[in-house]
Design a protein around this ligand. Structure first.
Ligand SMILES: [Zn+2]
Length: 307
């Protein structure tokens, strides 16, 4: 009964925060023309986003445009308008970062213009099994750990690092421009998202260490609470340190013999007190990370044959 009540509370908190994000998002969008949501990261490389809402990347080449995460129809429509204000080149590819509906929606907007939607095979399989009214199933899939997209003189490396968040999570990296597009694995200036949905904590930390080896100097994060338009490697390091500090604080409580249900109320991580969600979500973060430490990492799956 107690568990049921807290699950209801968590579901309510999650829904209300999503609604808040969505309405803030729509108001801002309506008041600004498309191009005002564009920031240039490097030659031909842009962020399209709305402050604390959703951020995508697009790359303009001499042979077409590549979009990274179409998100939803409203976001994709705004991004397409912004791209059209900047170039006559058609959108040729949409690269979806992972399986989740809130990232991979809206692809039809670009497919209607002739674009090919691309995703890792793991993301594709999930999308096929879990349809959504705003989700266009990818036209092409890729497998394994790495694919290079080469178009109009630009090279984009697609990296699949194994399990971490969702399925088929793809880190996109332009080696010449030293810009990365990273979805959900890093959100600057914010604690972990609510109940840390669909993250395998152990594999996430491992993946962050691998991302720290990628040679980028600017990152476009799908979500951010920083005032800066672009993120850096420091945000990756801080995210990993936050998780590790939280795990260490939980381990200390385990050693003290604190009753399980009292631990979320006891954790303080002063270093991160100014991050968004510190007061509201740290308890939820703690509960989720503790369960991973207590039961073992989840979600988990056996290594597929293509890895
Ligand atoms: Zn996600």
């Amino acid at each position: 009964m107690k568990v049921k009540k807290s699950l209801h509370l968590i579901a309510w908190l999650l829904l209300s925060s999503l609604t808040m994000i969505q309405s803030a998002h729509s108001t801002e969008r309506a008041s600004k023309p498309a191009a005002e949501h564009v920031w240039q990261a490097a030659d031909g490389v842009y962020k399209y986003g709305t402050g604390h809402g959703f951020n995508s990347m697009f790359v303009i080449t001499t042979d077409g445009v590549i979009v990274f995460d179409s998100a939803n129809t409203q976001h994709a429509t705004g991004m397409l308008a912004a791209i059209k204000e900047m170039t006559d080149q058609p959108v040729r590819y949409v690269v979806q970062s992972h399986n989740h509906w809130d990232h991979a929606g809206g692809g039809q907007v670009f497919r209607d213009q002739g674009a090919t939607i691309l995703a890792h095979v793991e993301a594709y399989q999930w999308m096929k099994a879990n349809p959504h009214h705003d989700l266009a199933l990818p036209d092409e899939v890729w497998a394994g750990k790495r694919k290079d997209l080469i178009l109009g003189g630009k090279t984009i490396e697609l990296h699949y690092l194994g399990m971490n968040h969702g399925l088929g999570m793809t880190i996109s990296f332009l080696p010449k421009e030293q810009v990365s597009f990273i979805a959900d694995l890093v959100t600057p200036n914010r604690v972990l998202f609510t109940i840390v949905p669909d993250f395998n904590i152990t594999e996430w930390v491992r993946s962050l260490k691998e991302i720290e080896k990628i040679d980028f100097n600017k990152a476009i994060y799908s979500h951010t609470h920083s005032e800066q338009p672009f993120g850096s490697m420091q945000d990756v390091v801080l995210t990993r340190e936050f998780i590790e500090d939280l795990q260490a604080a939980i381990t200390a409580q385990f050693k003290l013999g604190t009753p399980f249900e009292e631990i979320p109320g006891k954790i303080e991580l002063k270093k991160y007190k100014d991050w968004v969600g510190y007061k509201e979500w740290l308890g939820m973060n703690t509960l989720r990370v503790m369960l991973d430490m207590w039961m073992g990492p989840y979600p988990w799956r056996p290594t597929p044959h293509y890895e």
